[in-house]
Design a protein around this ligand. Structure first.
Ligand SMILES: Cc1ncc(COP(=O)(O)O)c(C=O)c1O
Length: 219
């Protein structure tokens, strides 16, 4: 990432024009993208740079909920594949539980809903033990209680106490029930080994550079 941070702090240029300065920035971002993808064992095209963890979580969670509503009409009772619940753990960072609280209370998400109809998406909170972990049994219980769950979000490492969740197992359980899985790995990358290709088949995986490797704030 050094080249990227050098270019970012020394060169002020639009990313998408045809000038020489711009091509230096584009090359630095491509290099950084390749380096990040080899760190996480994913494809370069799967890496998206944002301003940080909060923006990453917002883009993914809001984006996926809206995508599902638009693409499959989860809000529509006539739909054969109606799914309307999102589950998240009780220890999520505010950038996750804040946005999920908001989407599960928002009536404006569904184009056909009137002000008197309930929000198209409902939410459920996965309880953690005193070790701060979501047990596979708790996730299973909630997925059975909410068979219309289409998204589960559980953070990878806790930012307060450092508990590391068994994401691989939780992800497999969510998939077995037909739900996608997001994990906020903001506190994990660079501290615990991560191999996205073999360990996790997550929908999305957010992390931030200012928590490791001298990363600059806002990346
Ligand atoms: C687990 C977790 N998620 C999200 C964030 C938010 O990241 P940012 O401050 O880059 O928006 C943090 C911040 O430290 C975090 O610890």
């Amino acid at each position: 990432m050094e080249g990227f941070f050098h270019a970012e702090s020394k060169i002020y240029s639009s990313f998408s024009c045809a000038c020489v300065q711009c091509s230096v920035v584009q090359a630095a971002v491509s290099t950084a993208r390749r380096q990040v993808s080899s760190l996480l064992h994913c494809a370069p095209s799967e890496v998206t740079f944002t301003s940080g963890g909060t923006e990453s979580n917002n883009i993914v969670l809001q984006g996926y909920v809206r995508y599902c509503i638009d693409a499959y009409g989860h809000h529509c009772s006539q739909s054969a594949c109606r799914r309307g619940t999102v589950l998240w753990s009780s220890v999520e960072h505010p950038s996750v539980h804040g946005v999920l609280d908001a989407v599960t209370h928002s009536r404006s998400l569904a184009t056909c809903s009137s002000s008197s109809s309930p929000p198209p998406v409902s939410g459920g909170v996965l309880c953690c033990g005193c070790d701060c972990l979501v047990s596979p049994a708790e996730l299973e219980r909630m997925l059975v209680a909410h068979p219309d769950t289409f998204l589960v979000s559980v953070m990878h490492s806790n930012n307060e106490v450092g508990a590391v969740q068994d994401i691989k197992r939780l992800c497999a359980i969510a998939h077995a029930h037909g739900a996608a899985f997001h994990t906020d790995a903001s506190q994990s990358v660079g501290k615990v080994p991560i191999d996205v290709a073999t360990d996790y088949s997550v929908l999305s995986f957010s992390f931030l550079f200012h928590c490791f490797f001298y990363g600059e704030i806002g990346c």
